[in-house]
Design a binder for this molecule. Structure first.
Ligand code: ADP
Ligand code: MG
Length: 507
């Protein structure tokens, strides 16, 4: 059954109604922690005194119900698949390693892989791994016409952000509906078309499961965070949930702080943080059950060898890492590309005997290849098809890709030996003609800017896996919609390109 055309969007409202909605939206956002720290010239003050609302969409954006449900149903497959990849040493060595894989030519990938290699040579293996994942999708309009298809942009295994804020923005849109009925501007704007989003509870449940499995109830969870992070509230919501619902305490530390505070107890390899004067009951140090990385996904987080040393130290402990270094490597763009090859997806996509090209997981992939493929063929193909492609290096966090017309000149300057670090991916052709009002802090009540948009859906899930039985516990836990102006290629919100949004489903 084909989906019908999406509704006209945004629905028509008067200037007064739009201004009223904007005032309601920004005040609700500020009242409910849908906020960032404001930009500063230098460091953030030690204790913040002000926030700005997160960039947001005034209306939820229409999304076809069947594709939304498909994305959610794929998550369990992806959770299991990436858990299996993280446990497949031979595969990760071959694809991401620094002896035969991408780690030879990509310095950052190589550094991470060497940490893992060093641990293995010392006989240290992870007891268990935790992944808090987010699988990102765009809708693709097939050239031959027909209903839009769900296509994966990327799969995140580290620092998957906006889980908490996505829940808050879904609640914001429900609030606007409850308060104004959106002035009856569209028949699709009904509560039954706005699915619940309980990502905060879901992600915290993953962390709590890892904590419980570790088996030391009084231990704490460590959040490894970036200096100057502005998206702190997205993290704080998880911290509050862990304390209130699970009675688990969280400590936030940067790599610099950990270089001083982290200690590994000899023989047991228990991770303890020395925090004199900062712990209840005069304790000097605290045991850590789980290390949750909201930093460490970019080389900028490791400005000196000492930073890598701190990562190594954390990895060498019995605390459960979210993610372990090998699970971080599993999330590489190169892995995503290699998986599209038959021999590999047969191994990982689902329990082996049932893998087939017709599997819905495989149907969610665009065509991809490595630029180093078959001598010069990978690059030649990229030149020929440039207008239909995006090139991606082994990086996370936005702003690293090369698109369409920029590709030929980029290929002219790319040294041959660096080709291996890049993948080519067919462009997802997003549906046209949808708009929304995007509201950014500082824009005032007239600051809702109407623009044509593209929306990227993210599905959150977690997996706790490993141990002697290599068992995998996993769950799909919620969703995120990020909406950006049609002319912006990149999807990162914190980088200022897109806004937080939620879905209104249509059939
Ligand atoms: P990052 O790790 O930097 O987030 P992504 O793979 O998510 O890298 O790419 C960043 C953004 O580029 C995406 O959010 C999306 O907007 C756009 N993008 C990535 N791949 C494609 C694609 N195949 N087709 C269209 N747009 C894409
Ligand atoms: Mg992305």
């Amino acid at each position: 059954m084909a989906s019908s055309a999406p509704p006209q969007w945004p629905p028509e409202v008067t200037d007064e109604q739009r201004e009223a909605l904007t005032l309601l939206a920004t005040t609700y956002a500020l009242s409910h922690g849908l906020v960032y720290l404001p930009p500063t010239d230098g460091a953030q003050p030690p204790a913040p005194t002000a926030v700005i609302h997160a960039p947001l969409a005034l209306f939820p954006s229409p999304f076809p119900r069947r594709q939304f449900e498909l994305a959610r149903s794929l998550q369990s497959h992806y959770n299991g698949m990436y858990a299996r990849i993280a446990m497949a040493e031979d595969f990760l060595d071959a694809v991401m390693g620094a002896e035969v894989g991408v780690g030879r030519v990509d310095e950052f990938t190589g550094q991470l892989w060497k940490i893992w290699k060093r641990l293995r040579s010392e006989g240290i293996t992870q007891l268990r791994h935790l992944g808090l994942f987010r699988s990102d999708y765009l809708l693709h309009t097939p050239e031959e016409g027909g209903a839009p298809q769900l296509k994966q942009v990327e799969f995140n295994t580290i620092s998957s952000s906006f889980g908490a804020l996505s829940q808050n923005v879904a609640q914001l849109h429900r609030h606007l509906l409850a308060k104004t009925e959106y002035y009856n501007s569209s028949p699709v704007l009904k509560l039954e078309n706005m699915p619940p989003n309980d990502t905060i509870a879901g992600l915290a449940e993953g962390l709590a499961a890892a904590h419980k499995e570790y088996g030391s109830p009084s231990a704490w969870i460590l959040f490894v965070v970036q200096n100057g992070e502005r998206n702190v509230f997205d993290q704080r919501w998880l911290e509050y949930e862990l304390l209130e619902k699970h009675s688990i305490r969280v400590v936030r530390q940067t790599f610099e702080q950990l270089a001083v505070s982290a200690q590994v107890v000899p023989t047991s390899r228990i991770l303890r943080l020395k925090l004199p004067g900062q712990l209840p009951r005069g304790a000097e140090s605290v045991e850590i059950s789980t290390v949750y990385f909201r930093a460490g996904y970019t080389p900028n987080d490791y400005p000196t060898p000492a930073h890598y040393e701190t990562r190594y130290l954390l990895e060498s402990t019995v605390a459960t890492k979210c993610p372990s270094v090998q699970l971080q490597l599993a999330g590489g763009k190169k892995v995503q590309q290699v998986l599209t090859q038959h021999i590999h997806y047969e191994r990982f996509v689902c329990p082996p005997a049932r893998a087939a090209s017709g599997h819905p997981v495989c149907q969610s992939w665009m065509g991809m290849w490595g630029l180093d493929e078959n001598g010069d063929q990978g690059v030649q193909k990229a030149r020929q098809q440039a207008q239909n492609l995006v090139l991606k290096p082994q990086r996370e966090g936005g702003g690293n890709n090369v698109y369409k017309g920029d590709i030929p000149a980029f290929l002219d300057t790319l040294p041959r030996e660096e080709r291996e670090a890049w993948i080519a991916m067919e462009l997802i052709r997003t549906p046209e003609g949808l708009g929304n009002y995007l509201v950014r802090a500082g824009g005032g009540t007239e600051g809702a800017v109407k623009t044509e948009v593209v929306s990227e859906l993210g599905i959150f899930g977690w997996a706790l896996f490993g141990g002697s039985d290599r068992a995998i516990l996993e769950k799909e836990v919620g969703w995120l919609l990020r909406t950006k102006g049609k002319d912006s290629n990149e999807g990162g919100i914190a980088a200022g390109f897109s806004v937080l949004d939620s879905v209104v489903l249509y059939d």
